[in-house]
Design a binder for this molecule. Structure first.
Ligand SMILES: [Zn+2]
Length: 111
């Protein structure tokens, strides 16, 4: 995946401290569905990204996001078990993801 649109300066905040923000693309969030777009979501917590991803996908109307919209819509009706499964998946991705610019490298999540 390309990393266009990222600025190197984003790695450090005004105090010169490295931020703990992590970045995921919309497509990464789609997991095995491998759809969505290259929109970048960032946050300090897994929950932040999950919320932003949800808001972003639910605001779309195109075909690229359709599988994700459907999953999110269905998910609300799903059992607690299903939600836990999703969080387990996402937290594993979150832990592997590095903070800052290096975190944008394409990761293989097909296994
Ligand atoms: Zn998107």
């Amino acid at each position: 995946m390309v990393t266009k649109g990222l600025r190197l300066g984003q790695k450090h905040n005004k105090l010169g401290k490295e931020t703990t923000m992590k970045k995921f693309t919309c497509r990464e969030m789609s997991g095995e569905m491998n759809c969505g777009c290259d929109f970048v979501l960032e946050g300090e917590k897994a929950m932040d990204i999950a919320m932003k991803s949800h808001a972003h996908v639910m605001a779309t109307t195109d075909e690229a996001h359709k599988p994700m919209r459907e999953q999110m819509t269905i998910k609300t009706k799903h059992s607690e078990e299903e939600q836990k499964k999703w969080w387990t998946w996402f937290n594993a991705k979150w832990d592997k993801k590095k903070t800052g610019i290096n975190g944008m490298h394409k990761q293989n999540y097909k296994n």
